[in-house]
Design a protein around this ligand. Structure first.
Ligand code: SF4
Length: 380
């Protein structure tokens, strides 16, 4: 498995809670496409160098807001990808979409390009919550966008929701979850609202202009979400992700399984099993470097310590857990024994279960998985 991620760094407005890299002016869109074409060309040997294959299994356009790109922009990107990589007709090709941008004409243009999966940033079916999050779409658009995509022939749809938003009552949250689960999507990602440093939300809360997320409500809403989606036939396959059978995100699963991926665009990360690199998050700097043929990234090699931490971090997020034999095969007996030793206290506390060769976090502890995972990691 190998995948390509393209970071599209444009948004019409900046949502108050968001710390992803994006700019709100489209004035540099043309030079971004030129630079992206150059970066694609520069990396056509990426998978061969990593003993992977130039044939990719997944392509993911995320951001930012990829749905702000015109069909002509996307044509150029896909032509460039096709000239430098190949993929089979069953490759998973995803585009993230803001509900406000989605029209039947745009959906049709995406289908013609071969896009076969949409990830729609619904977040809520309530205007009050959408206003709190300073999202630009309305509840009305949230309600119609999935049907519009289904009518256009998309069958592999994912919707995002956010919980723990101040003022969001549990009953309203359950309604949102049930509405999305019954809308025709086959995949749901749900995230607790978190206050990231240097965001407008952090500033507003610090100045007392708005309420802070309620941890207890987030905890309750996480387990309500899990209960409702499991009873609707969704599998809880990763901390924040649920899918109907066979509809897990292949692209994200490849990240969690440590498969190689090439990240293109400002702030995108790449990984090939032995090294990780991350592109400059300065749009102008990344553009200038790509156009002059000198890539702008920072690179680090993956030491056994880093690989161990990555395995713990990614695998324990999934319901499959982490296989001790896999740790031993990939890193040696020393790291298997290290993990077994680190698990000792967590098992006693009920934070982790070791069953045969598998280590996993039991469902009732998933909400605090970040701290459980950090307890198992290697610290120098
Ligand atoms: S649309 Fe998405 S990427 Fe853009 S600011 Fe909002 S949350 Fe961030």
């Amino acid at each position: 498995m190998s995948g390509i991620y393209i970071h599209v760094p444009f948004c019409t407005t900046k949502c108050n809670y968001c710390n992803f890299f994006s700019v709100t002016s489209l004035s540099r869109k043309a030079s971004f496409i030129d630079a992206l074409e150059a970066e694609i060309r520069m990396n056509n040997g990426f998978f061969n160098q990593s003993n992977g294959s130039a044939r990719v299994d997944t392509i993911y356009l995320g951001g930012g807001t990829p749905s702000l790109l015109s069909p002509e922009d996307l044509n150029r990107i896909f032509d460039s990808l096709a000239a430098n990589f190949s993929w089979n007709s069953d490759a998973e090709i995803t585009i993230e979409a803001n509900p406000d941008d989605v029209t039947p004409a745009l959906l049709n243009s995406w289908r013609l390009l071969g896009v076969n999966r949409l990830s729609i940033g619904i977040q809520s079916f309530r205007d009050e919550t959408l206003r709190y999050l300073s999202r630009r779409h309305s509840a009305g658009k949230s309600l119609t966008v999935v049907q519009m995509a289904l009518d256009s022939g998309f069958s592999n749809l994912s919707g995002d929701l956010i919980y723990g938003v101040p003022g969001l009552q549990d009953e309203a949250w359950i309604e949102d979850v049930e509405r999305l689960a019954g809308s025709g999507v086959s995949h749901i990602s749900a995230y607790a609202l978190t206050v990231e440093p240097r965001t407008a939300l952090e500033f507003q809360i610090r100045k007392g202009r708005t309420g802070a997320p309620d941890e207890e409500a987030a905890f309750r809403q996480y387990y309500l979400l899990r209960e409702k989606l499991i009873s609707s036939g969704f599998d809880h396959y990763e901390i924040s992700n649920f899918a109907l059978s066979g509809c897990e995100s292949r692209h994200n699963k490849a990240y969690w399984n440590g498969e190689p991926y090439l990240g293109l665009g400002p702030s995108a990360h790449s990984y090939n099993g032995t090294m990780r690199r991350w592109n400059s998050s300065l749009l102008q700097g990344w553009t200038d470097h790509s156009l002059s043929g000198i890539p702008a990234y920072t690179e680090e090699s993956i030491t056994p310590e880093k690989r161990y931490n990555e395995m713990v971090l990614t695998h324990l997020r999934t319901s499959r857990g982490l296989n001790l034999r896999e740790v031993e095969k990939s890193l040696g007996i020393h790291w298997r024994q290290y993990l077994e030793k680190m698990c000792h206290v967590s098992v006693k506390q009920g934070d982790v279960v070791v069953e045969g060769e598998t280590v996993y976090i039991p469902p009732r502890k998933l909400f605090i998985s970040d701290s459980i995972i950090s307890d198992l990691m290697y610290v120098d």
